[in-house]
Write a protein that binds this ligand. Structure first.
Ligand SMILES: NC(=O)c1ccc[n+]([C@@H]2O[C@H](COP(=O)([O-])OP(=O)(O)OC[C@H]3O[C@@H](n4cnc5c(N)ncnc54)[C@H](OP(=O)(O)O)[C@@H]3O)[C@@H](O)[C@H]2O)c1
Length: 303
């Protein structure tokens, strides 16, 4: 069976490929990137590496040829992903791919205000209507982002600013998302199922700030703000409001429209989703924020 991985050169793609290579030979992988030179190392191990661009439908049809199952790793420009994902889904159908596994985002449906959730639900609807088999991996917010980006920022300032106020999420370690994707890609079944890939506990940023303060041994004041206060904070960091092609500003790779809308969704209870799907898929319990913070204690202390 040939497995296609889009976004193969990124963090999620590379980690998934590493997991798959423990279970199958490289020749069963078709890896898609806009720049095949980035994946030379995997080509030399026997993987097929092809050029494909979510903005170029024809390139995707050629790139996906011969694949049976595909991991569609969501594109990164929040607010403009639906046309890109439409190209990928239509190309998968045209190329004869039977089953698409998609990295989505947790969150309750209805009037969820998160821009990112809107993109993902739009893509999920396209998959449901495509006639293809699909699996949706609704990944929660990465614990990695909390520990590696949000916590150092709060420790440096002594303040954790959040318009999520006391809303909760069950953040998940990216490696647990990757392990879940590897399980779905490398075992039979999983057709037309939505998995909620979450961490083991629902926490507010107030609770997370207290935990990080304890682990780092430094005080953090929790400062709840409204949406305008949250925009003002991100503006002060130089983060663009709308998604732009290069979104990485000060190591924060998102736009504030995205982040403020997610914090609002958390505040209003739309992101309070928890499940045991990671353990069901991988056979191991997901890592907690405390465990991750303790592993990174030295970094947090010196942030
Ligand atoms: N749940 C969360 O908290 C959270 C946090 C961060 C990210 N995410 C999601 O996870 C996804 C993957 O994250 P990551 O860390 O692996 O991102 P990353 O390291 O920035 O990699 C992005 C990948 O997308 C590919 N890509 C971008 N634009 C493309 C296009 N037009 N056509 C084809 N490929 C394109 C890139 O491939 P080339 O440049 O090689 O073409 C690259 O492989 C993100 O896009 C986002 O949806 C979720």
């Amino acid at each position: 069976m040939a497995i296609i991985i889009t976004g193969a050169s990124g963090n999620f793609g590379r980690a998934t490929i590493e997991g798959l290579l423990e279970r199958m030979p490289a020749r069963e992988l078709i890896l898609v990137t806009r720049d095949p030179s980035k994946l030379q190392d995997l080509a030399s191990q026997g993987a097929t590496v092809r050029r494909g661009d979510y903005d170029d439908y024809d390139s995707l049809v050629s790139a996906f040829a011969g694949g049976d199952k595909m991991l569609l790793i969501s594109a990164s420009k929040v607010g403009s992903r639906i046309p890109q994902h439409r190209n990928a889904i239509n190309a998968a159908k045209a190329a004869g791919v039977g089953h698409v596994v998609y990295t989505s985002y947790v969150g309750k449906d209805g009037d969820n205000p998160s821009l990112a959730v809107g993109d993902h639900r739009g893509t999920e609807a396209m998959l449901a209507e495509s006639g293809l088999d699909w699996t949706i991996l609704r990944n929660s917010q990465y614990t990695d982002a909390v520990i590696e980006a949000m916590s150092p920022l709060a420790l440096q300032r002594g303040r954790w600013i959040a318009s999520a106020v006391d809303g909760k999420m069950a953040q998940v370690w990216r490696e647990d998302c990757v392990a879940s994707a590897v399980a779905v890609l490398s075992t039979p079944g999983h057709r037309n199922i939505i998995y909620n890939i979450t961490g083991p506990e629902l926490l507010s940023f107030r609770e997370i700030a207290a935990l990080i303060s304890e682990v780092a041994g430094r005080p953090i004041e929790y400062v709840p703000v409204d949406d305008e206060g949250m925009y003002a904070f991100f503006d002060s960091l130089g983060i663009p409001r709308e998604a732009v092609p290069d979104q990485t500003v000060g190591d924060v790779p998102w736009s504030s429209d995205d982040m403020v809308s997610v914090e609002r969704a958390v505040r209003e209870g739309y992101m309070a989703v928890i499940s045991d799907d990671v353990e069901k898929l991988t056979g191991r319990a997901p890592k907690s924020i405390r465990a991750f913070a303790l592993e990174r204690q030295d970094d947090l202390r010196s942030a």
